[in-house]
Design a protein. Structure first.
Length: 155
């Protein structure tokens, strides 16, 4: 049997969002799919930088989170719906966490090892991204993660 693949930031961010924010099942990926989307909303994530620890196997990436909402057949973007989706994600990063505790071990897709998220914090305000030609409403925020592959943690 071969060793599991090492986790990466986008897998860790997706797993944390699914565990921390209620109602995101089937709505989080690195690529925005064509509609229809579950509940007409979707969350797209992308690692945009960060600094790995030079002495430990700890990653400290920044992840940008785009929150989309749409109304099928409408030319009016549902800005309030996209804003609430982004605010729910922002709320999950606050020190008083509802679910899960940020220092949590996460299961990743088949074939990947587990990851331990040590902290999560929003590093930007929730902001509106105007002028989307597709009539999607889009809000964005940036989140800073601190995580380690579970396979490198010494008990």
């Amino acid at each position: 049997m071969s060793a599991p693949l090492l986790p990466n930031t986008e897998l860790v961010a997706r797993a944390w969002l699914l565990a921390a924010v209620t109602g995101l099942t089937g709505k989080v990926a690195t690529t925005l799919p064509d509609p229809p989307w579950t509940d007409n909303e979707f969350v797209q994530i992308m690692s945009v930088g960060g600094t790995p620890d030079p002495e430990l196997a700890r990653f400290n990436p920044a992840v940008t989170v785009n929150c989309y909402a749409m109304v099928p057949g409408s030319t009016k973007p549902p800005w309030g719906r996209a804003a609430q989706l982004a605010m729910r994600i922002w709320q999950a990063t606050l020190p008083v966490r509802y679910s899960p505790d940020p220092a949590v071990e996460l299961d990743l897709p088949d074939g990947y090892g587990r990851a331990i998220v040590q902290s999560v914090s929003a590093v930007s305000d929730v902001r509106r991204l105007p002028s989307d030609p597709s009539q999607y409403a889009v809000y964005n925020l940036d989140i800073l993660f601190s995580w380690v592959p579970a396979s490198v943690v010494v008990p």
